[in-house]
Design a protein around this ligand. Structure first.
Ligand code: UDX
Length: 432
């Protein structure tokens, strides 16, 4: 099939490349000329394992192409995916849909024959209805169908999640569009993915409800970890014990720092905004947001306590600053809350991240990036394991620290407390 992805961020680029790998002809469109130029040269703007190889393979065999010309790309395609950003509105809690609506207007002006226009970006309930109205303005004789097909790709695992999804959700009441999309996704359905056809609004809500539920699960286990710390119980036992119940399931029950990333913080706020608009309450999600906002303060006060409330001139080393492993994404990472506060309180923070230096910390004095783990650990009074990169799982602290015994605060519980204590470290995790 002939597809066009508008927006070459995490969602558009990954989905576009994967669709081309399934044998479709895909044009990835972006208004950013520099980005398109570098994609044409095989340079990938994001860190996503396996993505580069797939781009090169499919670009070479000409199933994948890149363009800045939206009009021409839309005209050449049968199915158009809108994959532009829907960030939180500045100063507000709802999603900023200006990019989606601008793209919808452009598509409206470019339609030459029947098109299926799909929102893959996460968009609030009724956005599909609004896009339909926008496009109708320039296309009185309806030659298009607006469908919601949310993505459920995790950064760092996006290729695998695309190829082996738990489910494919397609929101449309149009029989023809549903049939075409079922065919498009048939290679994944034959490998076991569930195909679910719902109304357009239901598909829009499934995405927000899923992310809000996962955020709730994490926040729940984080609060349980707080209770475990007071009662001398190991949170890992609780996660396993709860997870073995098939109704609950063990995933997303790992205690750690506040959840972050490009989706959970933004989507939990946006679903509250939708509920407000429709004059109903989502009190569970409201308290999840509050609890998560408070989590970084709670972990900061633990850091302070570990350093006997004397942060001035203390050297604190952060291992990993991204919101989770296998991504270079800093959006809403809890390190962005914690490191600036520690720096303001006079601590000297060094950090190492496998994805390199982060410009977000440039403006803070006493915060420095080190090129390797060994240099980052130098002279540290406290080591914070913030992100669960594999690179950190077998660090030989003994040889790196040469007899020094700084405190280790493992916010991801990646080390064995027994082994760390045997080596003489003052080692602390979360909820155990
Ligand atoms: C998420 C959704 O999973 C995905 O379906 C959606 O399309 C986009 O948003 P992503 O943002 O890549 O994906 O991150 P995810 O792996 O879901 O993790 C989100 C946050 O939860 C991270 O900060 C992570 O560290 C945290 N987390 C996750 C925990 O703290 N504990 C867990 O058990 C799982």
């Amino acid at each position: 099939m002939k597809l066009c992805m508008i927006g070459t961020g995490y969602v558009g680029l990954v989905s576009g490349v994967c669709f081309s790998d399934l044998g479709n002809n895909v044009i990835c469109v972006d208004k950013d000329q520099a980005k398109i130029n570098s994609l044409k040269k095989g340079k990938i703007p994001i860190y996503e394992p396996g993505l580069e190889e797939l781009v090169l393979k499919n670009y070479k065999n000409k199933r994948l192409s890149f363009s800045t010309d939206l009009k021409d790309s839309v005209r050449k395609s049968d199915i158009i995916f809108i994959c532009v950003g829907t960030p939180s509105r500045k100063g507000g809690s709802g999603a900023d849909l200006s990019q989606v609506f601008n793209v919808a207007k452009e598509i409206g002006k470019s339609i030459n024959k029947f098109k299926i226009i799909i929102t893959k970006s996460t968009v609030p309930v009724t956005t599909g209805d609004q896009i339909e109205k926008i496009i109708q303005k320039t296309n009185k004789k309806k030659k298009f169908s607006i469908v919601s097909n949310p993505e459920f790709l995790r950064e760092g695992e996006a290729i695998r999640d695309f190829v082996y999804p738990d489910r494919v959700v397609v929101g449309t009441n149009d029989i023809k569009s549903n049939k075409i999309l079922k065919t498009l996704y048939s290679p994944l359905i034959s490998k076991g993915a569930q195909y679910l056809n719902t109304s357009r609004r239901a598909a829009e809500l499934i995405k927000y409800a899923s992310n809000a539920f996962l955020a709730t699960k994490i926040t729940f286990i984080n609060e349980m970890a707080n209770l475990c710390e007071k009662t001398n119980i190991n949170i890992e036992d609780i996660s396993i014990g709860m997870g073995l119940d098939k109704r609950i399931g063990g995933r997303f029950l790992r205690a750690g720092p506040a959840y972050g990333g490009s989706c959970f913080p933004k989507d939990t706020k946006a679903i509250i905004n939708t509920a407000d608009k429709f004059k109903t309450k989502l009190s569970v999600i409201k308290s999840v947001i509050k609890s998560n906002d408070n989590r970084s303060n709670l972990l900061l006060s633990r850091i302070s306590k570990l350093l006997k409330n004397r942060l001035k001139n203390k050297k604190i080393c952060f291992l990993g600053v991204t919101f989770k492993a296998n991504t270079d994404d800093m959006r809403d990472s809890s390190s962005l809350t914690m490191i600036p506060i520690l720096s303001k309180k006079g601590a000297k923070v060094s950090y190492y991240d496998p994805t390199g230096h982060k410009k977000e910390f440039n403006k803070y004095k006493n915060v420095s990036f080190e090129n390797n783990i060994k240099d980052a650990l130098k002279k540290s009074d406290l080591i914070v394991v913030h992100t669960e990169w594999n690179d950190f799982k077998s660090i030989n602290f003994k040889s790196y620290l040469k007899g020094r015994k700084p405190i280790i605060f493992d916010m991801r519980n990646i080390y064995s407390p027994t082994k760390m204590k045997q080596q003489g470290f003052k080692y602390f995790g979360v909820g155990r």
